[in-house]
Ligand binder design. Structure first.
Ligand code: XLS
Ligand code: NI
Ligand code: NI
Length: 444
């Protein structure tokens, strides 16, 4: 990388310093170059930095403006500021040793007065990003379009009652797909923050869902036309900003994709905080997606149990992440997906080093969870317990049930005859919880 002025002063590349380290600016568990099973930890974990939070987030909330000021936010016009900001971002990606980044079109380049002008700005910044990717080796995990901030999208994008807004959104996604392809993006995400409704008094739910499906089909067709080979991902979220969102949770998305015959073209991007907003655990959403063969990628963050909105915090809960990792590894991993830190600094975390410390904590927690999960799977205690618990389906009439060889009449005969009353078998939940705790406490 060409030696340029540092945007982070004395903070250099973050190094692995071991679990006992007291250096806040060092990794304790994430050793990017450590080889596990023939692959480096960097390759296993495929971490990604979210441009919107880390480089556009300023700590604002509905009650007050931003609190976080960055030294690189200067320049003669919006384009030159955007370029300098991007230089800082790539310096950060390199220093934090993240192999990937993610963006929305409007995070990286300013919006113009017309779509044509916005596209021109985007092209200028994408050319800059391409150079920076080449110089640093940092790759694009996914791109997406912001179809929720501009007032034109107040009633949704593809589910807007106005066909004109649908057309605008389609044109914007067309361009976002092209630039994602230009930057070698490995996936493309749809998150429908305003694809839903506020009141059914003014909404035709069925028609909106049909439009949403038509929109996704157009994206699939256009990707094929331009040869974009990245994986399409839908990111479920039950609410916020809209009261009811059509992509409520994984199960809802799976039903939607199958209804409209789109399931061959999409997988799911699961966000921890969205899972909890939907009343599920993170692991539940992973298992639901994996069971349908649609586990795609992760937006790594956490909510606050006492707040009912998407607080997008960095996740340091090793127990929660261990459970998630067990399910991900059992499902065979994330393929072209990765762990994208869709997480932001707290409003009071105003120092530049907070950005590093936050990501270090998230990366370390995931790395540790990955190692604990591997140990859990290698020892196979939980898997054996679960296999035994279902073993009555491995032979005899249980097997016949699974093979669909038996029906109500035969089963009635068995119960009235030799089977009689079933004997209770303990689910041993407390034993299993204690076992899990032991793994987490003993660490890697
Ligand atoms: C918002 C979403 C968003 C998506 C990308 O809640 O998490 O950040 O990841 O549009
Ligand atoms: Ni997200
Ligand atoms: Ni979110």
């Amino acid at each position: 990388m060409k030696k340029t002025q540092s945007h982070f002063g004395r903070i250099g590349q973050i190094a692995y310093d071991g679990a006992k380290s007291e250096n806040a600016l060092a990794f304790k568990h994430y050793n990017p170059d450590e080889v596990v099973d023939g692959k480096t930890m960097k390759e296993h974990l495929r971490f990604s930095i979210a441009y919107w939070h880390s480089f556009r987030g300023v700590g604002s909330d509905p009650f007050g403006p931003g609190t976080i000021q960055r030294p690189w936010e200067t320049g003669k016009d919006a384009i030159s500021i955007a370029k300098t900001r991007m230089d800082a971002a790539f310096e950060f990606f390199t220093k934090i040793q993240s192999p990937f980044w993610c963006f929305h079109d409007r995070d990286i380049a300013p919006e113009g007065r017309s779509l044509a002008e916005s596209n021109k700005y985007l092209d200028a910044i994408v050319a800059h990003a391409k150079q920076l990717q080449k110089a640093t080796g940092v790759r694009l995990l996914w791109g997406t379009a912001n179809l929720f901030s501009n007032p034109r999208f107040m009633a949704g994008a593809s589910t807007n009652p106005d066909a004109h807004v649908f057309a605008y959104a389609a044109a914007q996604v067309k361009k976002a797909l092209e630039v994602t392809q230009e930057l070698g993006g490995e996936n493309y995400v749809f998150w429908g923050g305003r694809e839903g409704y506020e009141t059914l008094l003014n909404t035709n739910l069925k028609r909106e869902q049909d439009h949403f499906a038509a929109f996704l089909q157009m994206a699939v067709d256009y990707a094929k036309e331009i040869g974009f080979a990245g994986q399409f991902l839908i990111e479920p979220k039950p609410k916020e900003p809209t009261k009811h969102q059509y992509d409520f949770d994984c199960a809802t998305c799976i039903g939607f994709l199958r209804t409209y015959n789109l399931h061959k073209h999409f997988k799911l991007n699961i966000e921890t905080n969205h899972a909890t907003l939907a009343g599920h655990t993170f692991q539940h959403e992973i298992e639901v997606a994996a069971a349908a063969g649609l586990l795609g990628s992760i937006d790594a963050n956490a909510g606050d149990m006492l707040l009912g909105w998407d607080t997008d915090q960095f996740n340091t809960d090793v127990k929660e992440l261990t459970l998630a990792m067990v399910s991900i590894l059992k499902a065979g991993g994330l393929g072209s997906g990765g762990f994208n830190f869709d997480a932001k600094l707290r409003r009071q975390s105003t120092d530049l080093d907070d950005l590093f410390i936050a990501h270090i904590g998230g990366m370390d927690a995931y790395a540790l969870a990955f190692k604990i999960a591997r140990r859990i799977l290698a020892e196979g205690k939980f898997e054996k317990f679960v296999a035994d618990r279902y073993s009555s389906f491995d032979s005899g009439f249980g097997k016949d049930i699974e093979k669909r060889k038996i029906g109500f009449k035969e089963l009635e005969k068995l119960v009235i005859g030799k089977l009689g009353e079933p004997t209770p078998k303990s689910g041993k939940q407390e034993y299993l919880e204690n076992l899990l705790n032991q793994y987490v406490v003993n660490g890697a």
